[in-house]
Design a binder for this molecule. Structure first.
Ligand code: FES
Ligand SMILES: [Fe+2]
Length: 339
């Protein structure tokens, strides 16, 4: 993929942790375009294209002054709607020119700041991100992977690499079992149910889980992958991974863990579970970086996509320019995998 599909500008992406955005302007990249985020009034997050309309200096190098964002070059100040409020050097009482900084819609929810590049587009963030109760959140984490977003999304939704990349941690090589894999597609993504494996062979399962009733992974446009476990004891776990592309080879990952019906406090998750999860994430990150670097050496490459690569084509379609044409006819599929 070279240019980004045009429909992506109308989508919401998780671009920052709420806790990292304050009065000091923060620059984030989204789809190769810089955005600046700041709390101009100390509370609500405002987003702008990170470009002053005067001579295009990055507003993120400026500062917040009395509820406005001040450009570092000539000191023009913009309010939360983007209107120019002060032009240093203009005579007092004079009329301020009707110049605007380009605002970017932002929404804050459950510890995350979401942004949409276009002024109009999807009304809300993915429903699956809204559904989780913020009080059930136990963990939040952000990193960057050196990978294309489609490869990153595929990685976290693909079980077949786990025996090799996360040997022993997620699954063990010699302990495969037949699992019925059913994918249901819908207009905004898909869900994949794994049936027939209420237990998993890896250390993570044995340390922190109990027999599962259901296991489901979901993809929600444009960049949210989630893994949902419902346990026989009635509790639930959801691991969310919100991806957003900074550039074609740098992808932001924000990971979250929600527990429902389990009395494990956040500090215990951080102390005991996180070291294992971090290891898994680093293993994935390393493999994706190798994949990306190697792919660059083979510009004419073609992927071998088999029927066992359950999600690859769907993710490629979701991120392609043709997506809007394709969305009328999503098809379901099923297969058996030895996991
Ligand atoms: S470039 Fe921003 S005020 Fe001149
Ligand atoms: Fe992985």
């Amino acid at each position: 993929m070279s240019a980004w599909a045009s429909h992506l500008d109308r989508r919401w992406f998780a671009v920052a942790l709420s806790a990292r955005v304050g009065r000091k302007p923060v620059r984030v990249m989204l789809l190769d375009r810089p955005i600046v985020l700041a709390r101009l009034d100390g509370q609500l997050v405002t987003g702008f294209q990170d470009r002053c309309p005067h001579r295009h200096a990055p507003l993120s190098q400026g500062r917040v002054v009395e509820g406005t964002l001040q450009c570092p070059y000539h000191g023009w100040r913009f309010d939360a709607q983007g209107a120019l409020r002060e032009l240093p050097g203009a005579p007092p009482g004079g009329c301020i020119p009707g110049v605007r900084a380009q605002t970017v819609p932002v929404v804050e929810h459950d510890g995350l700041v979401w942004a949409r590049l276009a002024a109009t587009g999807d009304e809300d963030i993915p429903a699956h991100a809204r559904m989780l109760a913020p009080e059930n959140r136990r963990f939040l984490w952000q990193t960057t992977w050196h990978a294309h977003i489609v490869d990153a999304l595929e990685n976290v939704l693909d079980p077949l690499h786990t025996h090799f990349v996360h040997t022993g941690l997620v699954r063990r090589k010699g302990a495969r079992q037949a699992v019925d894999v059913r994918l249901r597609a819908h207009a905004e993504g898909f869900e994949v149910d794994y049936a027939g494996a209420s237990t998993q062979s890896g250390l993570l399962y044995r340390l922190f889980e109990s027999p599962r009733e259901t296991e489901r992974s979901t993809f929600s446009m444009p960049g949210t992958a989630q893994i949902h476990y419902h346990y026989r004891n009635g509790s639930r776990t959801c691991i969310s991974m919100h991806f957003s592309p900074e550039t074609h080879d740098r992808t932001r990952l924000i990971g979250m863990l929600h527990l429902d019906g389990r009395r494990v406090p956040a500090w215990a998750v951080r102390a005991f579970v996180w070291p294992f999860i971090r290891r898994v994430a680093m293993q994935d990150s390393r493999m994706l970086a190798l994949q990306a670097e190697n792919s660059r050496a083979f510009p004419d490459r073609k992927d071998a996509v088999t029927r066992f690569d359950v999600v690859r084509r769907r993710l490629q379609d979701a991120w392609s320019e043709q997506r809007d044409a394709a969305r009328g006819k999503p098809e379901d599929s099923s297969t058996v995998l030895m996991l």
